[in-house]
Design a protein around this ligand. Structure first.
Ligand code: MLT
Ligand code: MN
Ligand code: ZN
Length: 304
């Protein structure tokens, strides 16, 4: 299985257009050692030819251009994207769908909860019907949980519902449903390799722990270093837990959660621009690395 990190930042990217936090300002001025990053998305393939796109970020045009395999050029209009799997309905994971409107009907895989939000509160799927059209396949959140993406051979997927809130525009903002946000297990049937991907992970339940223990690569929520990071930077915002993100630091933080799974590659993704781990010379970055945890970057490739 091949995994390509298309975008490793959280919503807003790094640097964010209007942000002068220590990281964004430092990156622009060249006063910190850090790399710019586009918004959250990965692509996964078993054969290197047919790829599943996980989430479609507003930066997708730039991300595809940086990865020529996505444009094989077999016919006058072509793509290597077999289907798009959405793990939630957030802006940073879905608005890139509009950029893909020129092609064949988009094959979109999402839960009923996400489908409803993208047909009502933010009716992006309705809009797409006036362009390329959409062929939507339901991701089950109960059991049996397995599903496949057509034309992406040898990959077996399953969803794990995660506790979180749907996006602000959702009619269900204040009554969350299973399927608003999912983690995805991807198994390569030929090699047996398993990936667990969950860029939004607010709390870690039994199913998530079980899945992590079976995975060769755990690619998870790296949004915030601390619970109050936005407030500490002087940015009016919510706490990490209110946004459905488990911070890395603290007794029960992501570093502690990942500690028992040293058999696997453990990689943080969906990193917010305020997170001190983006500064490669920060103390926080050295703590993460000393724990054997990697920090995803755009263009990172992982082969399992
Ligand atoms: C999140 O990951 O919490 C959301 O993408 C935040 C946002 O919508 O900007
Ligand atoms: Mn996000
Ligand atoms: Zn910033």
């Amino acid at each position: 299985m091949r995994i390509r990190v298309l975008g490793s930042a959280a919503g807003g990217g790094f640097p964010q257009w209007n942000c002068n936090c220590r990281n964004c300002d430092g990156l622009r001025k060249g006063s910190i050692k850090a790399r710019s990053r586009t918004q959250s998305s990965i692509a996964v393939s078993a054969d290197g030819e047919s790829w599943i796109l996980f989430n479609a970020s507003p930066d997708i045009r730039q991300q595809l251009e940086a990865f020529p395999r996505m444009q094989p050029g077999r016919t006058v209009r072509d793509t290597a994207i077999a289907g798009v799997v959405l793990i939630d309905g957030h802006i940073d994971h879905t608005t890139g769908l509009l950029i893909l409107r020129e092609g064949a009907p988009l094959r979109i895989y999402c839960t009923d909860a996400v489908f409803e939000d993208l047909s009502t509160g933010h009716p992006i799927l309705n809009v797409l019907h006036h362009f390329c059209g959409v062929r939507r396949t339901r991701i089950p959140v109960g059991r049996p949980s397995d599903f496949r993406v057509e034309d992406a051979p040898k990959l077996r997927l399953s969803a794990i519902p995660l506790a979180s809130k749907p996006p602000p525009f959702s009619p269900h903002r204040n009554d969350p449903r299973p399927g608003d946000n999912i983690g995805i297990r991807v198994e390569d049937e030929e090699t047996g390799a398993v990936l667990f991907y969950a860029p939004g992970l607010g709390s870690v339940g039994e199913r998530v722990v079980q899945c992590m223990s079976e995975s060769d690569c755990i690619l998870v929520d790296g949004t915030f270093w601390s619970e109050d990071e936005l407030l500490e930077e002087g940015i009016a915002g919510k706490r990490a837990s209110e946004m459905g993100h488990l911070p890395q630091s603290g007794d029960h933080g992501m570093i502690s959660v990942l500690r028992p799974f040293a058999h696997a590659r453990r990689v943080l993704i969906h990193i917010n621009n305020t997170n001190p781990i983006l500064n490669e010379e920060s103390e926080e970055r050295s703590i993460v690395e000393a724990a054997g945890i990697e920090v995803a970057y755009d263009g990172m490739e992982i082969t399992l």
